[in-house]
Design a protein around this ligand. Structure first.
Ligand code: DAH
Length: 339
């Protein structure tokens, strides 16, 4: 019996050293010291011993029991430290490693130019208004002196969404909305997307951008229009750029002009970009038609005004020498990263 006890002791202590998880330890405890464990069984088996041996044996078995219990809790402590060390090792962080770089975003070239343009007009006292892209025929055409069946509607192939509801073909729609809502003096610009059923090519896109401008006050003349737009062109293209006002026609202005600047590509000598003319057209403008003023509730006898519509895409392509307008809409990162 004594040898049996010793063998069990050696075996158990040896095994204990190999255990590595709390679960294994618990299984070990149950198997040896539990209710039906090997050590407990030994105690039970004592009945078969001669009476005089029993106290001695009992003592030995209990000794073994306490020894194993102590070893078990010792091992438990070790395992906890081992597990902790292992975890700490796995979780180590090398703070000297280079971090992962976040890619920096940037502004789209159209927004860069638009921001400049807003700065220029804000410094001249204009504020920025917003208008809806889905418009009614009224604001896009009728209020701008373009009645139904007027040939000017053919100039702008319109995307209709429903009877009387369309994608605005020009930011001019914001003029009428503004004049209805505010009383003079008015000085505003309205940048935004416009839509026309155009074939796509290097200079045309069914979606493009305009910046509308409107000034209404007492005593506004064509001289104010010229002064403001010349100032604008010089700030965008530089003071050496020449600005030309050409007579033109728009239903909502009288008189109407178109404004050209010397080609930034060739400096006015004539090249492919300006089709040999030396000039680039950047906007349409004019004195607000009295009928438009009156239609929006502003007395044309008391007030006059001028308006303009700048082609933002053209401004951007000429400034950055971008040869194809489609590049502005494709969101190719290799293109966009250049700005
Ligand atoms: N809306 C015109 C266009 O899309 C541009 C324009 C011309 C706007 C004259 C105006 C203006 O406000 O007065 O071609």
């Amino acid at each position: 019996m004594k040898e049996k006890l010793e063998a069990l002791r050696v075996k158990a202590l040896g095994e204990l050293e190999t255990l590595e998880t709390p679960k294994e330890l618990e299984e070990f405890r149950v198997r040896l010291l539990g209710k039906k464990g090997e050590v407990t069984e030994l105690l039970r088996g004592m009945g078969a011993l001669p009476a005089e041996e029993r106290p001695k044996m009992g003592q030995l078995i209990n000794q073994l029991r306490s020894e194993l219990e102590a070893a078990l809790s010792e091992r438990e402590k070790n395992i906890t430290t081992l597990l902790k060390e292992k975890r700490l090792k796995e979780e180590t962080l090398d703070v000297t490693l280079p971090g992962t770089k976040k890619k920096e975003g940037g502004l789209h070239p159209l927004n860069i130019v638009l921001n400049d343009l807003i700065d220029i007009f804000q410094s001249m006292g204009f504020d920025v208004v917003d208008g809806p892209e889905v418009e009614t025929e009224h604001y896009c055409f009728e209020a701008l002196n373009v009645p139904k069946d007027h040939p000017a509607r053919d100039m702008q192939d319109t995307f209709y969404l429903a009877e009387n509801l369309l994608l605005r073909t020009q930011t001019s729609a914001a003029q009428a909305r503004t004049m209805e809502q505010r009383k003079p003096p008015i000085r505003m610009i309205c940048p935004g997307r416009v839509f026309r059923a155009d074939e796509v090519d290097a200079t045309h896109s069914p979606v493009f951008h305009q910046v509308e401008g409107l000034v209404v006050d007492k005593g506004i003349t064509l001289c104010d229009l010229k002064g403001v737009l010349e100032q604008f062109a010089h700030e965008i293209y530089g003071p050496e750029t020449q600005v030309k006002f050409r007579p033109s026609f728009f239903p909502f202005t009288e008189p109407s002009v178109e404004v050209d600047v010397t080609c930034s590509e060739c400096g006015g000598k004539g090249c492919r970009v300006c089709k040999g003319t030396g000039w680039i057209e950047i906007l349409g403008a004019g004195m607000v038609h009295p009928r438009v003023l009156a239609g929006c509730g502003i007395d044309p006898e008391e007030y006059t005004g001028f308006a303009f519509g700048i082609g933002l895409d053209r401004l951007t392509t000429t400034r950055y020498k971008i040869s194809d307008i489609r590049l502005l809409f494709e969101n190719d990162q290799r293109f966009l990263e250049q700005f």
